[in-house]
Design a protein around this ligand. Sequence first.
Ligand code: SF4
Length: 195
Amino acid sequence: MSRRQFLKASAGAGVGLGGALALGVNLRPIAAHAQRLKVAGAKEYPSVCPYCAVGCGTLISVRDGKVINIEGNPDSPINRGTLCPKGAASFQLAVNPLRATKALHRRPGAAEWEEIELGRAMDMVAEKVKAVRDATWVETVKVKQADGTEADKRASHSLGVFSLGGATMDNEWNYVHLKLLRGLGFPAIENQARI
Ligand code: SF4
């Protein structure tokens, strides 16, 4: 039965997909056909999900120079075509019309965001980080010794900055991010990417 015949028959009989399943109709060929139509004429590139150290294999379909689909690679011995929800959403990392492309700033007390130049935004972040780091820097902490006395131990850190990773931070970004924050002496880091 072709997809068209199936849909026509289903509509005529008032049978939805749930009904089709209940009747024991195998929908897999239809789903596979729809998937083939989706990526028809596209070139497939094997790749690796960028999000965690599991390293699931992906297939990236590109048509006319644009990424049109990303799915699990059935030839990968790691994931055999499957992806977790995060990996399955990696298409949105490449193609996302909702992504903010301008730096925005909301002044203290303001209700509205205003666009600012990216260089200025980065300078503002750097100035804030330095100010907080300077104000909260801890050179040494008191540590209790085995004999009950206290001794100074070098800490050289600041707990004034906490970094919370986002779902679209990939492995390489997280590597650089850790290097930067630890280099600055901020140990409170949560990557959210399981590295
Ligand atoms: S984020 Fe999910 S899909 Fe990506 S490598 Fe890790 S387990 Fe696999």
